[in-house]
Design a binder for this molecule. Structure first.
Ligand code: DGL
Length: 267
């Protein structure tokens, strides 16, 4: 039986999972966490499923070794490719980002036309398309990959001409399909939210699965008697690539000093 005080493990290919961390800081401010950024392998989006599964297994294993009481897979690509297998292999609670986003979109849409943007691996896996249709067969889904976004966001770039042009080239055609809700199916994308909103206009509602994901994690911990509701939280960050640059970019997005980011290589 794990202790309440044990940390929550959170992982992503890079800074994207910090959009989930932002929600954690809001919804569960007393929880300690260990964040693992697999920046040696970012972007995940163009990689093969087998490789992505291996990364997800070794990171989850590492987080379990650190004594985590739960792991939040703060990455749509890893959730799409590895969630089912991870669930079979690990006994601790695992929370993914796909189902919360799907449920939120189905609750939001009025015309049953939903858009999904994500990485190539997420879109090709069909995870969102299948789950949306299995929960509501009438729904029309348009999915598109946006491979230019993650490398820009990893450099801390969320504004300016280059970013705007990339965003416009993806979102304008998406908007023309008549969708009324758009799932931001990559945890990096909410860092572009102001620009995304500007391009989509008032008729398309962007959906960031982070809020619902963290809400589910919180409910789970509460029911299990594992929610830490007092005391000072400890936040640790690991990066498999350059820890310093992760600290700089991540700190800018979280608007706080990340402290010492530890470099790490898993085999
Ligand atoms: N942030 C991740 C996701 O939610 C992965 C992005 C990438 O590395 O391509 O899919």
């Amino acid at each position: 039986m794990k202790e309440k005080k044990a940390p929550i493990g959170v992982f992503d290919s890079g800074v994207g999972g910090l959009t989930v961390v932002l929600e954690m800081l809001r919804q569960m401010p007393h929880e300690s966490f260990i964040y693992y950024a697999d920046t040696a392998h970012v972007p995940y989006g163009d990689r093969e499923p087998e490789e992505l599964k291996e990364f997800a297994f070794s990171i989850t294993d590492f987080l379990v070794q650190q004594g985590c009481k739960m792991v939040i897979i703060a990455c749509n690509t890893s959730t799409s490719i590895a969630y089912q297998d991870l669930k079979k292999a690990f006994s601790l609670p695992l929370i993914g980002v796909i189902e919360p986003g799907v449920d939120k979109a189905l609750e939001t849409t009025k015309n049953e036309k939903i858009g999904v943007i994500g990485t190539m691996a997420t879109v090709n896996s069909g995870s969102y398309q299948k789950m949306l249709r299995s929960k509501n067969p009438r729904v029309e889904v348009t999915a598109m990959s946006c491979p230019l976004f993650v490398p820009l966001i990893e450099k801390g770039r969320t504004a300016g001409d280059e970013v705007y042009q990339a965003a416009y080239s993806y979102l304008e055609p998406m908007k023309r399909t008549g969708i009324d809700s758009l799932i931001l199916g990559c945890t990096h994308y909410p860092f572009l939210l102001p620009m995304i909103k500007e391009i989509l206009g008032p008729d398309v509602i962007p959906i960031d699965p982070a809020r619902e994901t963290v809400n589910r994690a919180r409910e789970y911990l509460k029911e299990a008697g594992l929610l830490q509701e007092e005391g000072k939280a400890l936040h640790e960050y690991y990066a498999s690539g350059d820890p310093e640059s992760f600290g700089l970019v991540g700190g800018k997005f979280l608007k706080r000093d990340l402290g010492q980011v530890r470099g790490i290589t898993l085999d």
